[in-house]
Design a protein around this ligand. Structure first.
Ligand code: SF4
Ligand code: SF4
Ligand code: SF4
Length: 272
């Protein structure tokens, strides 16, 4: 949601862009580097002032647009995001980690201390929060771009929209629509393969079903997904185990509200 309608281009001839990493794998930042030709065009329109993945040169804020990758998972993340928000005119969270917690938010459904005890020889050196939260759980966010990783064309569209003070045109329909546009045979209907496509946000071009593999929802929920109905069909018609349903709801976007609620309901059902 665009919350600040002040023009950038007219008030600042060269808008400053910053790209921030929080707890994440860097994959979404790499999507920006993967823009190649488009990146040159973008660099001509903005001053890339802070992007440690690409350059050690760092310029002082404030920044016109901040792209934020990753979730808030450590005490230092908690402090740093407040400063990033303070320095940023528009803050856009990018990727599943930043918008829905990412894989690291699976800790929210368990005891993180148990994990650190098992994984690390010296867990006492690990500073981590009990829960991992999306960026919007800590500060106001002007737009959320979903995906793991994000789609580079959608990212360019979002940056362009903010530079030109208009709403981003990012399709929020399901993977099924893209699947049909590609002319795919539906693997759910034809082969009974469980597929999260009906509730999953478009952006990948329906890659998995195009290779006869069910979608596992790495782009998170589409607008108004009927997740309850999808789970019912997986359960009743495809005989998918409850554990597998919960896993698919939690894979990459465990804190997306429509996935979280269903996964908790399903987990409770399984424990009864
Ligand atoms: S959303 Fe996926 S690709 Fe992006 S930083 Fe998180 S784990 Fe990496
Ligand atoms: S294969 Fe999956 S994404 Fe494609 S139409 Fe069927 S349910 Fe939708
Ligand atoms: S899991 Fe679904 S959303 Fe992710 S790449 Fe595959 S088809 Fe696309």
């Amino acid at each position: 949601m665009v919350s600040n309608q002040q023009p950038i281009a007219s008030s600042n001839p060269t808008p400053k862009l910053a790209i921030w990493k929080f707890t994440s794998c860097d994959g979404c930042q790499l999507s920006l580097l993967d823009c190649e030709d488009e990146l040159l065009s973008l660099a001509a329109q903005v001053d890339i002032a802070y992007f440690l993945e690409a350059s050690s040169e760092v310029k002082e804020g404030p920044f016109d647009i901040s792209l934020v990758e990753g979730s808030i998972t450590t005490p230092s993340d908690e402090e740093r995001i407040l400063e990033v928000r303070r320095q940023s005119r528009f803050l856009i969270s990018i990727g599943a980690c930043a918008t829905a917690g990412g894989i690291q938010a699976l800790r929210n459904f368990a005891d993180v201390q148990e994990f650190t005890d098992v994984v690390y020889a010296h867990p006492e050196y690990i500073a981590t929060l009990k829960e991992s939260t999306p960026i919007s759980g800590r500060v106001a966010v002007d737009f959320e771009l979903q995906g793991c990783p994000i789609n580079k064309h959608q990212l360019l569209e979002v940056i362009s929209a903010f530079l030109h003070r208009r709403a981003p045109q990012v399709a929020n329909h399901s993977v099924c629509i893209d699947c049909k546009l590609r002319g795919n045979v539906c693997i759910w209907v034809a082969h009974g393969t469980p597929c999260m496509g009906p509730v999953t946000h478009a952006g990948c071009g329906a890659i998995c079903p195009s290779y006869n593999r069910g979608c596992y929802a790495c782009y998170g929920p589409k607008e108004n997904p009927n997740t309850e109905s999808l789970c019912h069909w997986w359960d009743e018609k495809l005989n998918v185990e409850n554990t597998l349903i919960v896993e698919n709801l939690r894979n990459f976007n465990p804190l997306a509200p429509s996935f979280k609620v269903q996964s908790e309901d399903r987990q409770e059902d399984g424990e009864r």
